[in-house]
Design a protein around this ligand. Structure first.
Ligand SMILES: [Zn+2]
Ligand SMILES: [Zn+2]
Length: 387
């Protein structure tokens, strides 16, 4: 196990990679330049088992240890950027207007490349490491597609680990927790069908705008009056569309929203009750609804044994105090949850210092964090696959 000093040598090279990726952001599955860059680097480290084109532009590369037979663990980095116009004013800002690495996936990719370089040389572990470079995390589907394309079985992965930077945590600190780490993500759409007409004669209409307004208010009680206050559920109505003129009551109103929760039972409750509440209110007021609900990302659930390995690896790097094992879960979502459904594993947050928040136009990954992320991956491998 190493302290961070071991990895300071890699910092300037990893910074160059990170800034190259930052200048050349690509979106969703269309990561052709990014994937080419990653595969080229992996090959230059002497890694000869590299499979590209998984989930379009994803990559899995295998490094075998020299410590004998053992299991294979997966380390995952996401590679995609966001459709945001960058305003960081850094010399290495995006060269593609309207696209930027505003979630730090450039840093995640550079950290896993740094670990790959180190591990390909040292090989001081048993079994194998599968380096997973994933597209389309922001879309919430890339992780699922890599699973559907069979990476866990094909590469014999028995445990899988992820890492994400977090602004607001100091550089050199880590945070995680056992159990749920990030929320499930579901979306719903409601179309309220009333009866349109002249705004001066509301009694001849069924006003879908008034019904939609009642539904929005009604949905607030699902959290405030029907959910255990100790448990977490978010229901946010985020879209509302209706009407074309001051003097017309429209036929329809449409609303849509998002649901986040850390508990499977609350997920089921929300799916059932949002529909029941909307339908009941609409019927009471003479209208009808069409309802659609989609389950998108699963709850991201850290497994106990793997979480303990992650904490041990991080603490060996930066000391016990610098690693919180009691992080509060996030109500945001992460498609690494699909990988943690497929295999046991753990996800950890790495401090990005006092930068702008994720998805903000002024955000930039903090290059000072690179040796910490590289060191975490190496320590994790040498802990989980100790010779
Ligand atoms: Zn993001
Ligand atoms: Zn992200």
């Amino acid at each position: 196990m190493h302290s961070v000093e071991t990895f300071l040598d890699l910092q300037s090279e990893a910074t160059e990679w990170r800034r190259y990726l930052h200048q050349n952001p690509e979106l969703d599955y269309r990561l052709h330049k990014t994937a080419q860059f990653v595969a080229g680097k992996l090959a230059s480290f002497g890694i000869n088992h590299i499979e590209t084109g998984i989930a379009e532009t994803g990559i899995v590369a295998l490094i075998q240890g020299e410590g004998g037979d053992g299991p294979t663990i997966g380390l995952r980095a996401d590679m995609d950027a966001l459709p945001i116009l960058e305003a960081s004013n850094k010399p290495w800002s995006s060269t593609m207007p309207g696209k930027m690495h505003a979630c730090g996936h450039d840093g995640h990719t550079a950290m896993l490349l740094g670990a790959a370089k180190y591990l390909a040389k040292s090989r001081n572990f048993k079994g194998s490491v599968a380096l997973i470079f994933q597209p389309a995390e922001e879309d919430g589907q890339g992780g699922q597609r890599m699973i559907q394309e069979g990476i866990m079985d094909r590469f014999g992965i028995s445990q899988v680990f992820g890492m994400h930077n977090r602004p607001g945590i100091e550089v050199g600190k880590f945070a995680t927790c056992d159990g749920p780490n990030a929320a499930a993500l579901d979306e719903f759409d409601v179309v309220v069908k009333g009866r349109g007409g002249h705004a001066a004669q509301p009694h001849r209409t069924i006003d879908p705008i008034v019904v939609a307004a009642q539904i929005i208010v009604g949905l607030q009680t699902l959290v405030s009056r029907n959910t255990d206050p100790i448990e977490s559920l978010v229901i946010s109505v985020t879209k509302l569309n209706a009407g074309t003129a001051h003097n017309i009551i429209p036929e329809c109103a449409e609303l849509a929203g998002t649901v986040r929760t850390l508990l499977p039972s609350l997920r089921d409750f929300a799916e059932r009750q949002i529909e029941a509440c909307a339908r009941g209110i609409a019927q009471g007021l003479g209208a009808e609804i069409e309802f659609r609900h989609r389950r998108l990302e699963p709850i991201m659930f850290n497994h106990t044994e793997a979480t303990n390995l992650a904490i041990e690896a991080a603490r060996a790097l930066v000391g016990s105090e610098a690693v919180s094992d009691k992080m509060r879960p996030s109500m945001g979502s992460e498609d690494f949850g699909y990988m943690l459904e497929a295999r046991p594993g753990a996800y950890i947050r790495i401090g990005n210092g006092p930068t702008a928040s994720l998805h903000h136009p002024a955000y930039d990954f903090n290059d000072e964090a690179l040796p910490y992320g590289i060191g975490y991956w190496v320590n994790l491998v040498e802990t989980a696959l100790a010779v």
